[in-house]
Ligand binder design. Structure first.
Ligand code: 2BA
Length: 106
């Protein structure tokens, strides 16, 4: 079994949630924020069988769009200061696939 952790933009999160349900994947949706821009984004946790990981990633890819943002100095909160507005491409999705040692439902 694997856990897919997917960070997507808030704008795409409802469509992605719907696509998981329609394709019979169980997912947990977390309200998160980016460490660089401090803007709200959404993190999905999706537990699935190993042979379903590609299907999950395909759904995420189909539902997520990259967008251009202008980062202003006040948006960049920690560690890295900018003095001028900066153009950044916020990815459609940042995904991690991690192995699951055990899965239990009680
Ligand atoms: P943020 O950390 O708010 O980053 C938003 C966008 O700002 C990034 O888009 C990237 O284009 C840019 N950016 C981030 N750090 C930067 C830096 N030090 N210098 C210049 N530009 C920088 P993405 O890379 O597509 O990331 C979108 C969101 O996905 C991130 O929001 C963060 O919440 C998450 N993320 C990305 N990579 C991650 C990682 N390795 N681990 C955990 N979360 C990650």
């Amino acid at each position: 079994m694997k856990l897919v952790i997917a960070i997507v933009q808030k704008e795409d999160s409802n469509d992605l949630q719907r696509a998981f349900v329609q394709n019979d994947f169980r997912a947990t949706k977390l309200a998160t924020s980016g460490g660089f821009l401090s803007q709200g984004n959404t993190t999905f946790l999706v537990g699935c069988d190993d042979d379903k990981v590609d299907d999950v990633l395909k759904i995420i890819k189909e539902q997520s769009q990259a967008r251009e943002e202008i980062a202003t100095p006040h948006m960049v909160s920690t560690g890295y200061e900018i003095t001028q507005p900066l153009k950044v491409i916020v990815g459609g999705a940042t995904c991690f696939v991690v192995p699951v040692d055990e899965f239990k439902r009680f």
